[in-house]
Design a protein around this ligand. Sequence first.
Ligand code: SAH
Length: 474
Amino acid sequence: MISEQKQSHRKRSHGFPAFLDLYGKSVILVGGGAKAAGKYRRLAACGAKVTIIAEQLSDELHQRTEGEQVVHENRKHREDDFQVGSLVIVATESSADNTAIAQTAHEAGVWVNVANQPELSNFLIPSLVDRSPLLVAISSGGVSPVLARLLTSRIDAFLPHTYSDLGRLAENYRDKIKQHVGDWRQRRRFWERLLNGRIGELILQGRFKSAEQAMDAALTEHSENPHSGEVYLVGAGPGDPDLLSFRALRLMQQCDVVLFDRLVSEPIMQLVNSEAERVYVGKRRNDHAVPQESINALLVKHAKQGKRVLRLKGGDPFIFGRGGEEIETLAEEGVSFQVVPGVTAAAGCASYAGIPLTHRDHAQACIFVTGHLKDGTVNLDWPALARPHQTVVIYMGLVGLPVICEQLIKHGLPSDHPIALVAEGTRQSQQVLTGTLETLPETIKSQAIKPPTLIIVGNVVSLREKLAWFETRE
Ligand code: SAH
């Protein structure tokens, strides 16, 4: 038996996925029954040189291995069968035998997989959707092979077999396209357009001749007119990745480089093409890590190198986001761009806090302002903000909150006028504090509040008591 220590040692991560090139490589398969036959099938498909160690071969294995490059050792396994570094698959019909063989294999320091016994294995064999050369491998990390197979059959049903043809087309044209399109980024974009567009569609329909003609035409066109870069100015919303738009997500996944700042939440960054270069251009209050002019210049520089540049901004790029300034520079420099709106913090925080920004009984208008402190004061049109029947949303107002409340009271709002502070709105860590113009500045003194924060002033805040719905993680 494997000792307890070894068992717990073999507790592992969910796995590092990799595809091994076993062509012409030696693999030892222990077992001669139905299970071993299944493993043999996959090994043979990879061109591995298989040595089967088994006292008896099933009829299926006999037939399969006939005339193949297989060595059959007609005996029980021995301790000296396993050399360090070899790949061993144990698939006898007896789990007691499997355990004993796995023990020997582990002692010999080899890579070993035991059929249906992930706890004895140091590598797992995933379920497979085979659209060679495309392979979709699915693993549950040994936790639930049934679930992995279920998912495999769903993907199998959903993925047309013609994806194999698409893969083969890519294989056949690889060298040719490499010659025509020298720059790897442009090449990737070229492929994306081909496979996503009409050519991909033709192949999936089985119209190979037309696809090849279209492919040659695309290559000629590219040589005459190579593509230049583009900037995607994308609003990432306030934090919850579910609030991204489809267009935002699509562009995030096809960019070559991303310029992002602190407001973009980590779960959203995880959705950006993992191969894209990441450039942090974060800004903190009163501390512009990268000055705006440099950001503008960076966007132009990357785009002129032919890259697809993602400028990812928190909320909406056109609301207190300097998005306008950035694309002004692009327009002046003749760089093409597109703008994708995002859910602005006011909309996101209001929804997730259960505070409707307008309401027929409470507010007929809604104003967005920034509450940035300058020289210790907040410079706003106070008489306009202190009018009744409206909601005022204040971005960047945490530090100026006492001044804001004081000025609003001074310009005519009652001191018991409702106000809310939403910190980390729409995220699992969202925190909402409510009070009045008089009480909230005191309340926040005793609280640990994490940025970013948004302030909502107006009678609509009182609706939260009834309408709060979003539950944060406990
Ligand atoms: N373009 C952004 C705003 C950028 S200004 C938008 O449309 O939302 C930065 C300010 O936005 C922060 O200081 C804060 O006031 C507000 N903000 C952004 N995300 C927020 C969030 N998740 N929760 C609360 N406030 C947020």
